[in-house]
Write a protein that binds this ligand. Structure first.
Ligand SMILES: Cc1cc2nc3c(=O)[nH]c(=O)nc-3n(C[C@H](O)[C@H](O)[C@H](O)COP(=O)(O)O)c2cc1C
Length: 181
């Protein structure tokens, strides 16, 4: 499967980015994950939505040609990071490139609720008329106290979480493949 991944954090040493990279490597036999850049997207404006800058056109085309979307995101102030919301707003208009795409959400934060509030908001946005993406209910990963899941060299090492991730990824692939038929 050809999957695009959108990471909600722009931070250089982002745990969420490291998890996306870990998934790209671990599941390479099952999915071809391309991690997209949302940090270079301009702020959305309706004034330019019909003929947006090239960087937006390229971003939307990558999503359009994908078979699914993986979100890996932290929670910011009990909600979705602004950069991620901006990317979603671009995708919600004109050609609505996320429509009917099977999505999968992973979230890691250093708080105790592991992005639960962000994920609830993200699902609400994905269900909006403009986006209309779909997800597999209950198939989610919330990683709390994310700093405890990495070693000193920055490797994602928590075996229990990794085993769970394996299961949830398999569920996602089975579901997304079934949707195609
Ligand atoms: C602007 C901002 C708001 C944050 N708000 C929350 C929050 O609401 N809940 C939470 O668990 N962590 C919050 N955090 C802490 C993040 O979980 C932590 O910085 C995490 O490492 C960010 O993910 P990253 O490593 O992928 O950049 C916030 C961090 C920032 C910078």
């Amino acid at each position: 499967m050809n999957i695009v991944a959108i990471v909600g954090s722009l931070r250089k040493d982002s745990y969420n980015r490291k998890i996306a990279e870990f998934m790209k490597n671990r599941y390479k036999e099952k999915m071809d994950i391309e991690i997209l850049n949302i940090g270079n997207l301009p702020l959305f404006s309706e004034d330019i939505e019909d003929d947006p800058p090239t960087v937006v056109k390229e971003f939307k085309n990558q999503i359009k040609s994908s078979e699914g979307i993986l979100f890996v995101t932290p929670e910011y102030n009990h909600s979705i990071p602004g950069a991620l919301k901006n990317a979603l707003d671009w995708c919600s208009r004109v050609d609505r490139v996320m429509k009917d795409k099977p999505t999968f959400i992973v979230g890691a934060s250093n708080g105790n609720v592991g992005t639960a509030r962000c994920q609830a908001h993200l699902r609400q946005v994905l269900n909006s008329g403009g986006i209309s993406a779909i997800d597999l209910p209950g198939n989610q990963i919330l990683i709390a106290n994310v700093q405890d899941h990495f070693d000193k060299e920055g490797n994602f090492i928590d075996e229990r979480t990794i085993k769970y991730l394996d299961r949830v990824v398999d569920n996602y692939i089975k579901w997304a493949e079934k949707l195609k038929s």
